[in-house]
Design a protein around this ligand. Structure first.
Ligand SMILES: *[C@@H]1O[C@H](CO)[C@@H](O)[C@H](O)[C@H]1NC(C)=O
Ligand SMILES: *[C@@H]1O[C@H](CO)[C@@H](O)[C@H](O)[C@H]1NC(C)=O
Ligand SMILES: *[C@@H]1O[C@H](CO)[C@@H](O)[C@H](O)[C@H]1NC(C)=O
Ligand SMILES: *[C@@H]1O[C@H](CO)[C@@H](O)[C@H](O)[C@H]1NC(C)=O
Ligand SMILES: *[C@@H]1O[C@H](CO)[C@@H](O)[C@H](O)[C@H]1NC(C)=O
Ligand SMILES: *[C@@H]1O[C@H](CO)[C@@H](O)[C@H](O)[C@H]1NC(C)=O
Ligand SMILES: *[C@@H]1O[C@H](CO)[C@@H](O)[C@H](O)[C@H]1NC(C)=O
Ligand SMILES: [Zn+2]
Length: 912
């Protein structure tokens, strides 16, 4: 599953009519006394304008694993007809004495008249019904409006991950209770029914006219959260056969207005499936996949077996119109969902504590897949660099949880689905990959998937598979315990700072580790990690060799080593090639000096890998912020950028500088801007003039870098950037047909507004209001956040806030974000947010509010601002959690300003 859209759990809307005898349970897990083997599921869906509900029955084959007199399963928001519940074994009938319901855990407990016998098979049958809900979980309803007839079409579709199958039928709703499923769907003939497997046969309903019942083929052993079905009248844009060994057939369902648009998911899904099949050397076991684009969806996408669902709102359709970044994010979503077919669907975590075991690999293999399918775009490294940047920044907080952590109730399970688990999970798999090397990694992964196909795993199973493969390939010694080492990365949050001190006389290096906290002065704790050590020396810059030469053990914190390949005193040593493992490094003074000189003076920047270059910048900036170095050293290193040809180090460095620049006071800001201009000028000059970009369009792979260079240069008013951008905007709006990648449109319109007055605002605002194209509106909204006059901006904010249209809500957020990132409107925009907080709280989801407040928090610098924010928002429940984070961020900013900004400015003055 990909990325949470909302984490607020909206409660069901109808009452449950079951006897409720409350009991207190310590245990939130189902008892292990009975095991479901197979479900026969019949669901009749009513979907006309007055009646939207379903009725169903579940016949579950159960194996008694122990003698017991009760059966516990999950059910939520279902009206279960007790009189029709039955339990039989052969000819024997079992009475149900009493039903007990535990609402906290959604347990439905049958207390039986007689004991079930160990190893016997029983058949439990239950009948139930419920309304189709509006909360995008369980079996929910959605709709679309036909653009020609204006008629509303209803549809019903499932979202069972993580704990919502129990809202559609009574079941053993935990990932380890895998079973086979025979699904039969009943519906009016004007609809079509889908589930994970093809339809075998249909027959007329015996009492409802024009209704049919259709049997679907048996679904292979699977967890309940991966089961899916839908009843709809969407259209199939294309049926395609893939090149997988089963010749899997893809169909692509969407509302009619989307037909004819090029869908990224449609194009790459079959290729991805073949790619993974070859990579993992395990065939995709189903015969078809339906891709269903749903008008409303809780997540961006969901990897259900045989019926992958997508959120229509989040899928850029018409390729030409959307910014490259958004296209990439869709491609990566699709790549992620199909990696899940192996990681998650075929091999499933035993429990949600190990959610990362499916999300981490799916994210990482998604990157590899995109690089393999479209190597010219080289997107993988960009994603990895982004994940590293996020990780090193977020994980420096003392409260960050481990990626593998105990979760109990449904809210906690859902709370696991955070970017953090996905990104650190991905970095953890990447670490394993680089640690054991290509050969052993794929052997280990294949044997892991093969051995546990249709089964369940804990993280130790992955470690063991890799350990075995590593041993076979002689990359680890037999006494090395990979589990113990890897557990130190997944069972605790945070990461270490490794300090490397060279003794230039003896050639020895001394290493130690301690947890890195961004907040300096925080008490040292005793956490430690198993840190793989791989050294690279200047004269042999083999950044490709990433298997460890040594380990820094845990709990031993300090280690003295003689390097195998003694570097001379005038060549640098760099630890952790390609930033294979997620730790920061600090070196002794002389080694830093050697690195900086090499980067600045060697023609090839010393052959240092781009991820290491980005990391060296990141590390020195972070070390300066905790006063372990002066900013002087970081700025000394930054000077090398004027010859840096690669995007990643630039992106990392400017990202950090922009954040810190926002915290400076007015006098300091001018110096900072001068510095940024000086730094960005050579970068800007490398790219063609913006006004002529149509003639000199960069290759797709270079667009992100070019867009970055223009937008940063214009932001700091480098050379003629603003004028060039204005010319571009003028030509674009007068020649409406002008084809221009949307990334460049954003720069153009932003500069036009930043440099313009009322007339320019009114014009662009007019374009925004008159545009019917969603992506065009988004671009213009971002640009409108660059306007100088708050009166103008307020006009836009009021306009978008007033509307109920989802798109205008998105536009509001985009504009506010860009205003908060800019320099002119930060404070009035902050005031506007605070004074409209109540309205925002009603309108936006928690995740959006958190993003908004964190953007605001990044700009808070004074105690007064923090206090005011707190006073105004404290009483609004929706803001509780985001507010806490924003206030913390504000306090950190204040601390940085007090302790570090002087040093920062001093360094800037030196390099002006
Ligand atoms: C909707 O379906 C129900 C039966 O499921 C039927 O009684 C009702 O008349 C239908 N309403 C419309 C508007 O078709
Ligand atoms: C169900 O039966 C088992 C014994 O098989 C017992 O330990 C357990 O407490 C019972 N559960 C409930 C909810 O009564
Ligand atoms: C179940 O049966 C009992 C006794 O025959 C009856 O009173 C009750 O109304 C029935 N419940 C339902 C939901 O039909
Ligand atoms: C269509 O779906 C939207 C969003 O879920 C909902 O607000 C609206 O009421 C639905 N329209 C109809 C006619 O059911
Ligand atoms: C499930 O469906 C298959 C195919 O129709 C059938 O052969 C099988 O008997 C069914 N299983 C059960 C338990 O009904
Ligand atoms: C970071 O940690 C502090 C406590 O040390 C906590 O109050 C704060 O909410 C955390 N910030 C984030 C963004 O998680
Ligand atoms: C290092 O890896 C890159 C990319 O995988 C490859 O192009 C290059 O030849 C390798 N260099 C060495 C020395 O193995
Ligand atoms: Zn996922």
């Amino acid at each position: 599953m990909c990325r949470i859209q909302r984490s607020l759990w909206i409660l069901g809307i109808f009452l449950i009519v079951v006897p409720s005898i409350r009991a207190v349970y310590e245990d939130y897990r189902l008892p292990r006394s009975v095991e479901p083997l197979h479900y026969n599921l019949r669901i009749l869906t009513h979907l006309n304008s007055t009646d939207q509900r379903f009725e169903g029955s579940a016949k579950i084959d159960l194996l008694a694993r122990e003698t017991t007199k009760n059966i516990t399963l999950h059910a939520a928001y279902l009206k279960i007809d007790e009189n029709r519940t039955s339990l039989v074994s052969g000819q024997e009938k079992f009475g149900v004495n009493r039903i007990e319901v535990n609402e906290v855990h959604n347990f439905y407990i049958l207390h039986l008249g007689r004991e079930l016998k160990k190893d016997q098979i029983y058949h439990l049958e239950m009948h139930f019904e419920a309304g189709l809900n509006d909360s995008q979980s369980g079996y929910y309803k959605s709709n679309y409006t036909d653009i020609v007839t204006k008629e509303v079409h209803h549809l019903a579709v499932t979202q069972f991950s993580s704990t919502f199958a129990r809202q559609a039928f009574p079941c053993f709703d935990e990932p380890s209770w895998k079973a086979t499923f025979n699904i039969t769907l009943g519906y009016h003939k004007k609809y079509m029914g889908l589930s994970g497997t093809p339809v075998l046969r249909c027959q007329d309903h015996d009492s409802l006219t024009n209704y049919v019942w259709c049997d679907h083929d048996t679904l292979l052993r699977t967890s309940t959260y991966l089961v899916a079905f839908a009843v709809h009248d969407l259209e199939n844009a294309a049926t395609e056969e893939s090149e997988t060994s089963n010749r899997v057939i893809f169909r692509n369902w969407m509302q009619p207005k989307l037909l004819g648009q090029e869908m990224i998911s449609m194009e790459i899904a079959p290729k991805l499936l073949s790619f993974y099949e070859n990579l993992f050397q395990i065939n995709f076991p189903l015969s078809k996949v339906d891709q269903l684009t749903v008008p409303t969806h809780r997540f961006t996408a969901m990897e259900n077996w045989g019926l992958v669902t997508y959120n229509e709102e989040r899928l850029p359709q018409n390729q030409g119109d959307y910014p490259q970044k958004q296209k990439d994010s869709t491609a990566i979503t699709v790549a992620h969902e199909y990696a899940h077919q192996w990681f998650g669907n075929l091999v499933t975590m035993k429990w949600w504590n190990d959610l990362w075991l499916k999300e981490g690999p799916s994210t990482y293999f998604g990157y590899l897949a995109l690089d393999a399918l479209e190597p010219e775009l080289r997107r993988g490294e960009g994603f990895i660099s982004r994940d590293l940047a996020n990780f090193f920044s977020k994980d420096s907080n003392a409260t960050v949880p481990a990626i593998s952590k105990e979760v109990k109730d449904p809210a906690e399970v859902l709370g696991q689905f955070t970017e953090y688990v996905y990104e650190k999970g991905s970095l953890t798999i990447r670490m394993l990959h680089k640690l054991v090397g290509e050969e052993a990694f794929y052997q280990g992964i294949r044997s892991f998937l093969g051995r546990f196909s249709f089964g369940n795993v804990a993280q130790a199973d992955l470690w063991n598979s890799l350990q075995t493969a590593a041993l076979k390939n002689q990359v680890l010694t037999s006494d090395f315990n990979l589990s113990r080492a890897m557990d130190s990365w997944t069972l605790q949050g945070g990461y270490p700072l490794v300090t490397l001190i060279r003794n230039y006389k003896t050639g020895e290096v001394t290493l130690n580790q301690s947890r890195f906290f961004q907040e300096h002065g925080i008490e040292k704790d005793s956490s430690c990690w198993w840190v793989p050590l791989r050294f690279v020396r200047q004269n042999l810059p083999h950044f490709n060799q990433t298997t460890p030469q040594f380990w820094l053990e845990c709990p031993l914190h300090t280690k003295v080593l003689q390097l195998p390949d003694l570097p001379s005193t005038d060549e640098w040593v760099i630890l952790n090639p390609q930033v294979t493992t997620i730790f920061r490094v600090n070196y002794d003074e002389h080694n830093w000096r050697l690195i900086i000189e090499s980067l600045r003076n060697d023609p090839n920047s010393g052959g240092i890998h781009k991820l290491n270059k980005a990391q060296l910048l990141d590390d020195l900036m972070a070390l300066a912020a905790v006063r372990l170095h002066k900013y002087d050293k970081a700025f000394d290193l930054l000077e090398y950028l004027n010859k840096e040809q690669d995007f990643l180090p630039w992106q990392r460095a400017i990202g950090i500088l922009n954040r810190l620049g926002a915290l400076l006071n007015v006098a300091e800001t001018n110096k900072f801007k001068n510095y940024m201009q000086k730094m960005l000028l050579p970068l800007y000059n490398r790219f063609p003039k913006l006004s002529g970009i149509r003639e000199a369009q960069p290759a797709i792979k270079d667009i992100p870098f070019a867009h970055f260079a223009y937008s940063q240069a214009c932001r700091y008013h480098v050379a003629d950037c603003t004028n060039q951008a204005k010319i571009l905007a003028t030509t674009h709006r007068t020649e409406c047909q002008l084809e221009l990648p949307s990334d460049f449109q954003k720069v153009a319109y932003c500069s036009l507004l930043d440099d313009g007055g009322d007339a320019e605002f009114q014009e662009v605002f007019g374009l925004f209001q008159n545009s019917t194209n969603g992506s065009q509106r988004r671009i213009l909204a971002s640009a409108l956040g660059c306007v100088r006059n708050f009166g103008n901006f307020e006009q836009f904010l009021n306009y978008t806030l007033k509307s109920d249209e989802k798109l205008l809500g998105d536009c509001y957020m985009l504009a506010v974000k860009s205003a908060l990132n800019g320099e002119h409107l930060v404070s009035p925009t902050g005031n506007y947010i605070i004074s409209h907080a109540k309205k925002l709280g009603e309108k936006f989801k928690k995740k959006e509010l958190t993003g908004l407040l964190l953007s605001l928090g990044q700009n808070l610098r004074s105690l007064e601002e923090i206090d005011r924010l707190k006073a105004q928002l404290e009483d609004l429940k929706e803001f509780e959690e985001p507010l806490k984070k924003a206030i913390y961020q504000g306090k950190m900013n204040q601390k940085w300003q007090k302790d570090c900004s002087g040093d920062f400015i001093e360094a800037i003055e030196k390099y002006l």
